[in-house]
Design a protein around this ligand. Structure first.
Ligand code: FES
Length: 337
């Protein structure tokens, strides 16, 4: 069993992988930072492009399609090197601050919908923190690890918004979070993740989001408002019922500040009086855009099930594997949240 040499083309860093460890485990063991979140093969955050070499999986991960695998993409948290590797970890994204632990102050906590809480944290004046629209933060929960939530506000502001879905019985979302008061300190690690707007990918944008998966999308779109260079954009937002569309009016208002913006809410368990689209976001988008998908940059964010179902369907309709960007919210569906 051989040790393999791995090179990260973006940074020139090199590390070794033992035969029994994943690429991510090997990197972290040698203090090489590769983006990751769930470490379970579900969210897609750790996706890398294998430029040279080969990997295998003990179990093929749900967050990767066979088509992506065939095109040379791999999930570092599950992939085991079977040869030396040369890989690219990130596509071209705007720069951001290195992640760090910070104690921030709670600015406000209020309901945003029937089961979503709007948490606003305030950065200290001198922090100079830069995050990319689309990134997330880990909220550190004493004695219980961390919970990950995407930033919902646009970068370069002292206040950072989060949309947090309550999990019944969840230690953080139904307990600690509800007891926070303005001025309380909260420890977070940020910015994290490599999901975000690819400004070099100048194609019409198609976004499929479910539930609070719209939070990082809000951050991305707000940073594009009034930008004459923003490509045409279509957002399908999936939820179960009308009351789950906690940002409906605000999203609809973006149309006045983007040159071409189409918003399509899609409900999977709509009441009989709902006049909009029904079913799943991916099915609605496929019905509407079948022949045009090859030309789009596609952003998928929210439920890992939606992403797992959408990707092969989109690829089967000629969407380009190199222009699909995903962020699965495995971290928001953990029962312990
Ligand atoms: S960190 Fe690898 S798929 Fe989530």
């Amino acid at each position: 069993m051989m040790v393999h040499q791995i090179r990260v083309a973006d940074t020139g860093e090199r590390f070794e992988a033992e035969p029994d460890e994943t690429v991510l485990e090997a990197a972290l063991r040698q203090q090489i930072q590769l983006p990751h979140a769930c470490t379970l093969g579900g969210c897609g955050t750790c996706r890398v492009k294998i430029n040279q070499g080969a990997v295998t999986y003990r179990e093929f991960p749900t967050g990767l399609t066979e088509e992506e695998h065939a095109a040379g993409y791999a999930l570092a948290c599950q992939a085991v090197a079977t040869s030396d590797l040369d890989l690219t970890q990130s596509r071209r994204l705007a720069p951001c601050s290195p992640s760090s632990r910070q104690t921030l102050a709670v600015k406000s906590v209020r309901p945003l919908g029937h089961d979503v809480t709007h948490l606003v944290l305030e950065l200290p004046e001198a922090t100079g923190l830069i995050f990319r629209a689309g990134q997330y933060a880990n909220v550190l929960v004493p004695g219980a690890g961390h919970r990950s939530f995407s930033m919902a506000s646009k970068p370069h502001a002292r206040l950072i918004d989060f949309h947090i879905r309550q999990i019944n019985g969840g230690q953080f979302t139904s307990g600690i979070l509800q007891q926070l008061r303005p001025g309380d300190p909260i420890e977070v690690e940020l910015p994290l993740g490599n999901f975000g707007y690819h400004e070099d990918d100048y194609r019409p944008i198609l976004i499929l989001a479910t539930g609070t998966g719209v939070a990082p999308i809000k951050s991305m779109i707000e940073s594009l408002l009034d930008d004459a260079d923003c490509p045409p954009m279509t957002l399908y937002w999936g939820a179960r019922t009308r009351q789950d569309l906690y940002l409906h009016d605000e999203i609809a208002s973006w149309a006045t500040r983007l040159s071409e913006f189409r918003y399509v809410p899609v409900l999977s368990r709509a009441d009989s009086d709902w006049e909009g689209r029904r079913g799943y976001v991916q099915d609605a988008a496929l019905q509407d855009l079948g022949d045009e998908l090859a030309e789009h940059a596609i952003y998928l964010c929210g439920s890992p099930d939606m992403i797992a179902q959408a990707k092969p369907s989109l690829l089967a309709r000629q969407a380009s594997i190199h222009h699909i960007y995903t962020e699965g919210f495995t971290h928001q569906s953990r029962p312990s949240s």
